[in-house]
Design a protein around this ligand. Sequence first.
Ligand code: FAD
Length: 398
Amino acid sequence: MTLVDTPERRQLRELTRSFVTREVLPHLDDWERAGEVPRALHATAAKLGLLGIGFPESVGGSGGDLLDSIIVTEELIRSGGSSGLVAALFTHGIALPHMVAAAGARTGGSLGGRLGATSPPADDGLIARYVRPTLAGTMIGALAITEPDGGSDVAGIRTTARRDGDHYVVNGSKTYITSGHRADFVTTAVCTDFPGSGELTLLIIDKGSPGFTVGRRLEKLGWHCSDTAELSFADVRVPVTNRIGAENTGFLAIMQHFAAERLSLATQAYATAQRCVELAVRWCRDRETFGRPLASRQLIRHRLAEMHTRAEAARSYVHEVAARVAAGEPVVTEVAMAKNVAVAACDHVVDQALQLHGGFGYLRDAEVERHYRDARILGIGGGTTEIMNEIIAKGMGL
Ligand SMILES: Cc1cc2nc3c(=O)[nH]c(=O)nc-3n(C[C@H](O)[C@H](O)[C@H](O)COP(=O)(O)OP(=O)(O)OC[C@H]3O[C@@H](n4cnc5c(N)ncnc54)[C@H](O)[C@@H]3O)c2cc1C
């Protein structure tokens, strides 16, 4: 039995699979065309306990740790969903953790809610106003770090927040923000010193605050069911009580929570690869050329074997690194390697899977076509492949 193959986790897998089959698959094409998933989906996922996985019960979550979150992500994609769906429905996975950590809420432990044990309640203004309603599926949150001038250089953030009595006055803009259109609030990285100084603070900014404008919906290569927005702030007054933790602790908080985001993206990458292997195997068994199924040819079987090997190797490595993160080990370099390994496996597999589908693979009707487009963001979001290599090189002492 592997680390992720416990009876409790098999139950979680089954729950996720039935959620996708009943609530997602009949509608996913419509959501891709609409450019977003409906708010009601958040409430449904919350009722099942899926939205709260990885968050402690003390803040309204379902309990569980990083590996449980990984299982949900994996199964959402393997049962026919997509990484775009994960991005849209689980944006709270990047919007909330800084608040939960700042409130000192206990994380980890066994799955709670529908699935197991309980933990004592954490009480804090931000938890009550944002975390609980989001995990209950009645609010949507987003995380805004990236700016038009750059995303890789987080310390270079130029959106400023100037203290004015009990408020901050925020000016600047953000871009490529996942769920930015639907979000009721945005966990926003601002500079609390001169622009580019690296002195960052995280503020929660409410939709509807005077001066806060949500710009046009950005059109993208993939992740069509996930809305992506530009945001701008002109003298937006944000109460000091909406600050996460102390002033100038934002950079550290962002870096600490990158591990979970990067492992989620790594999971989306290997799970997409696994799904595409399954789709390609099915296709190659059914499709006949020159009077024989494609899968009867050694060249094709070997290609499928290589695709499967890359997907499984990536999965094993991501699980190992996730288990080490969940155990509290400082594995920043390994997280970066896990992301790059999984993204490389995914890039190879989606390309080969589409090729094996021939002309059909290029059509919107083919599921593999969606995965091919969706996969391209995984080596860009949450820190690019090049930035991961920088981290790995640093870890090597270079
Ligand atoms: C669909 C989508 C959803 C997103 N969602 C969010 C979100 O919810 N919140 C959010 O804050 N951001 C989000 N992002 C932004 C994403 O995190 C950034 O695009 C990413 O971090 C890269 O930043 P950038 O686009 O500014 O590229 P840049 O930083 O300008 O980099 C451009 C290129 O140069 C390379 N590069 C940069 N610096 C170096 C270096 N020192 N050495 C070598 N190469 C380098 C990069 O790897 C990249 O290839 C999203 C982006 C997309 C497309």
